[in-house]
Design a protein around this ligand. Structure first.
Ligand code: GLN
Length: 269
């Protein structure tokens, strides 16, 4: 049996959903000249296969993920960028007028996929990418270099509640905060639960803890007339709007993701 067939067979046995496609991705990333390959290349391909057989997501094994128009480095310290988050980037870009300068902050930047995509598209934006995880910021910094926008972003390693102490104001806040309720965590797919950091996923007992914190922070650091764009869980849009309505923010739009789910809310101060 050749190597490709052997990999496909093993992935089928492990009930991995697209065994042929995933085999071809592994081979393409480890043996560009397959069916010709060296012993070293075979060792790497076999290591990737054995990790995949433990249900580690292929993006994390390969170490990169396409998001919006770009490719981002990822590892187990960051939430893998999801296609559903691209709507937030699109909406932010639509709000930005090319003739003004903007200061934007991404609360819980992770891989940096949101803020860096916006910076790449809009040259009149300067940004802060904040995260409590220094390991996540290490990946975000590498992505800023890969996308060649590192001169327009500053990374801050802190709890986002501390940002109010800096006395800095912003025109736009973006965030995809952790929003899974604690009681739903165990129901998550094993590939998410085991390989995405729990700190990027769980948002307190009811999943809304981070939105309450962000509403408090935005009341202080967002300029009057500024916008906030938030990703929300599949059933959270109304509750999140309610949290922000109590703090002098008005709803501008609820945008749907690719599965027609209310995924991104845009508010104005
Ligand atoms: N959308 C992610 C998931 O379903 C959760 C991301 C988040 O909590 N911000 O796994």
């Amino acid at each position: 049996m050749n190597l490709r067939d052997e990999f496909i067979k093993k992935l089928i046995e492990a009930k991995i959903s697209s065994p042929r496609l995933e085999t071809d991705i592994i081979l393409k990333n480890t043996m560009p000249l397959y069916p010709n390959y060296t012993d070293e290349q075979e060792a790497v391909a076999r290591e990737y296969l054995s990790r995949r057989l433990t249900h580690e997501p292929l993006d994390k094994i390969i170490g990169k993920k396409e998001f919006y128009k770009y490719t981002f480095k990822v590892d187990n310290n960051v939430l893998t960028p999801r296609p559903d988050t691209e709507i937030l980037v699109e909406k932010a870009i639509c709000l930005i007028d090319d003739n003004k300068k903007y200061k934007l902050i991404d609360l819980g930047t992770g891989s940096g996929c949101i803020v860096l995509s916006i910076l790449k598209e809009k040259h009149n934006v300067n940004a802060i990418g904040l995260d409590i995880s220094d390991k996540a910021l290490n990946i975000a910094k590498q992505n800023a270099k890969l996308l060649e926008v590192e001169d327009r972003i500053t990374f801050i390693n802190s709890d986002w509640n501390d940002i109010v102490k800096n006395n800095e104001e912003f025109d736009i806040i973006v965030s995809n905060p952790p929003y899974i309720p604690e009681y739903e965590y165990n129901e998550l797919d094993i590939e998410v639960k085991k390989f995405d950091p729990i700190t990027a996923l769980v948002g307190g007992d009811d999943g809304l803890k981070c939105y309450r914190e962000i509403a408090d922070i935005a009341s202080i650091i967002l300029k009057k007339g500024g916008y906030i764009l938030l990703e929300v869980g599949y059933n959270q849009a109304i509750e999140v709007i309610d949290i922000f309505s109590k703090k002098d923010f008005s709803i501008v739009e609820i945008a749907k993701d690719l599965s027609d789910i209310n995924r991104c809310i845009i508010l104005k101060k």
